[in-house]
Design a protein around this ligand. Structure first.
Ligand code: RIB
Length: 305
């Protein structure tokens, strides 16, 4: 029997307003779109949903508005098996919203309106330090205030937890002190480019960019490269390099593929899977998610894996 560790996701919850377009409009252009669909999303909630659907013991710490969208998001997570008792509702702002255009090749373009996520601040996180203490893996992104995310990383590292940061959306900067709190930094190509200041297009350029971050204290860097799969460079740059190809699928919507990957990787760590198996597990989960529309409804259950 697998004795799985407990996963805590600290981050955002958004209601996604999704519109299908032929092509993402250029600046100044007006294009027709399909009927809008309202689908549970938010990078934090998506990662929690992915982890729980794959069998991870998962809890979420975050903030919604005291409104219908907030209640719908909580229901979606509950249905997936996430413990939402630490998701608070504020009357100071509406639930976060994301406006997403999905083009006919499955690519997207997202605008996030933080709403209640902006009220999930540092003091809110620090007041819930016991929750961090009672979990094994802490999963973070960048859709709540950065100082709240960084404080969570510091607390979790102080308690000896496995700390994972998915730096999405790409922050302006991450203080070097924060890198030292992380066990895994999981950027995509764009996020790695922003953090390193170097262009990233493939595994070769990702390695060069990674070297810059290892110089700043990153321990293990896991780069997601979309259809090219993922690359894990461990041991502060001195460890083994593992790469895992992405399964070939007919993609219709890439929304939350990265979130599915990160949530699945956390589940694999929680089950102490070997790292090469963990990468393959995460790649397969993400590949399934892009074959279906939307964020949370697109994520696979364990049986499908
Ligand atoms: O990563 C996809 C997510 O980004 C969407 O669900 C949207 O809410 C934004 O946070």
């Amino acid at each position: 029997m697998i004795v799985a560790g407990k996963i805590l996701v600290i981050g955002s919850l958004n209601m996604d307003m999704v519109v299908a377009v032929d092509e993402i409009p250029r600046r100044g252009e007006t294009v027709p779109g399909g009927n809008p669909a309202y689908i549970p999303g938010g990078k934090g909630a998506n990662q929690a949903c992915a982890a729980a659907k794959l069998g991870g013991k998962t809890a979420m710490l975050g903030m919604v508005g005291d409104d219908t969208a907030g209640r719908t998001l909580m229901d979606s997570l509950r249905l997936a098996g996430v413990d939402v008792s630490a998701v608070a509702a504020t009357d100071q702002a509406p639930t976060g919203t994301a406006i997403i255009q999905v083009d006919r090749s499955g690519g997207n373009c997202i605008v996030v309106i933080p709403g209640a996520n902006a009220f999930c601040g540092k003091s809110h996180i620090e007041a819930r330090r016991d929750l961090i203490k009672s979990h094994d893996i802490v999963l973070l992104q960048m859709e709540i205030p950065p100082d709240a995310t960084f404080a969570a990383a510091e607390l979790a590292a102080g308690y000896g937890k496995t700390v994972i940061l998915n730096p999405a959306p790409a922050p302006g900067a991450i203080p070097d002190a924060v890198f030292a709190y992380l066990d895994y930094l999981i950027p995509n190509e764009t996020e790695l480019e922003k953090l390193s200041g170097l262009p990233v297009a493939d595994a070769g350029s990702a390695r060069a960019a990674a070297r810059r971050l290892f110089g700043r204290g990153v321990k293990n860097l896991l780069v997601t490269l979309g259809s090219q799969g993922a690359l894990l460079i461990g041991g502060g740059g001195a460890g083994p390099i593992l790469s895992s190809p992405a399964p070939k699928v007919a993609a219709i919507d890439s929304t939350a593929a990265g979130d599915t990957f990160v949530g699945a990787f956390a589940v694999a760590l929680s089950e102490a899977m070997p790292l090469d198996a963990a990468l393959s597990f995460a790649n397969r989960a993400a590949a399934i998610s892009v074959t279906r529309p939307g964020a949370q409804p697109s994520m696979p259950g364990r049986g499908e894996m």
